[in-house]
Design a protein around this ligand. Sequence first.
Ligand code: PMP
Length: 423
Amino acid sequence: MCACFGPSLALYNPGEPYPLVARAYELISRCTVRDFASELEQRKQAGLYRTRRLISGPQQPALVSDGKPLLSFCSNDYLGLASHSGNLDALRNALPDTGLGGAASHLICGHHEAHHELEQRLARFTGRSSALFFSTGYMANLGVISALAGRGDTIFSDRLNHASIIDGCILSRARVRRYAHGDVVALEAMLAETSGHKLVVTDGVFSMDGDIAPLVELARVCRAHDALLAVDDAHGIGVLGPHGMGSAMEAGLSEQDVPVLIGTLGKAVGTSGAFVAGPELLMDYLVQKARTYIYTTAMPPALARATVASIDLIERDDARRAHVMALVDRFRAEATAMGYELMPSRTPIQPIMVGGNHQALALSQALEARGLLVSAIRPPTVPDGEARLRVTFSAAHTMEDLEQLLGALSSCRELLTQEGAEV
Ligand code: PMP
């Protein structure tokens, strides 16, 4: 914490706001603990500066950014359900009954029957005994990991796990051992030399690469070494497995194999929030111990109703999954033929590997000039030297949309092969 932010720094004075704000800026710029301005400048020089894009209108797949129409290939709305009319109706219809806000945390008076119904639906959908609804996937991972492991325990975490898993591990105060991406042999060696409580945690589908964790093997070594396995299937739920039940069910793994299954609802499900599913005993324990569940306002109950509607749709509509997979197959064949480097992914996450940060930004900008929105993903989200364009597909995309992307990629390929090209 910067030492110069003294107790006298009150920014808000209705009679005289501007001198106080100016004083705050002056203090920040004089602060010797950290030079914020030059850190930001360094980020810009390295091509790592992050900006936010202002979007208007419904989000998928055509959107308006700064008044300009763009076709988006970078959202996680894999099934095109974020703007589905049935889900919007479910939300609208629920509001008179539930009101808007969650009003309090679940343990005070915020646990509405709509939340309860959603939890039961999520348990049935994932083939688990019970489920617990969290406000976001980030909070689910923080809460679940820090509740299930603590001082003296050991967590084993895949090197490419999502930031929220990494932060959950840090928060737990357990010893953390990271194993090479997907390397079950390395994990097993670590498990064999560790005593005490062990928690293994992995993404089901890796968010920046699109590949799937070796879940069958992970379940086997966890069983052999008495480790609890937690799978964050944020990008598999709705997309993989029978009726979209996720990567664990695609691999034929039951609650005994994967006792802790985490999923998010803001991606393929198209709403917001997250859940953990598993044995009732575990859910009971999490209600007592998961601080990000206990100390936060419950999600709007109407959103829970819309989420149930969306899950009903996911379960009965296999055509959406088939369509998005057909887009993926065609994209992979064409982009590879053009000479783009892809990752070994069979999910709607199809990164184009570029390497340099500036190069990735240049390719993203070139696509934007052609009416397409595809974000450049740079370190620290991905390892140094592995900047990429994270192309994602949605059932809301048509084959014509895909043709437009392929056409643009074809012209941009030539631009990028020119020496030092900055488009
Ligand atoms: N886990 C993974 C693997 C993710 O990719 C994300 C978000 N991108 C999260 C958790 C966090 O989920 P949420 O956006 O609901 O906070």
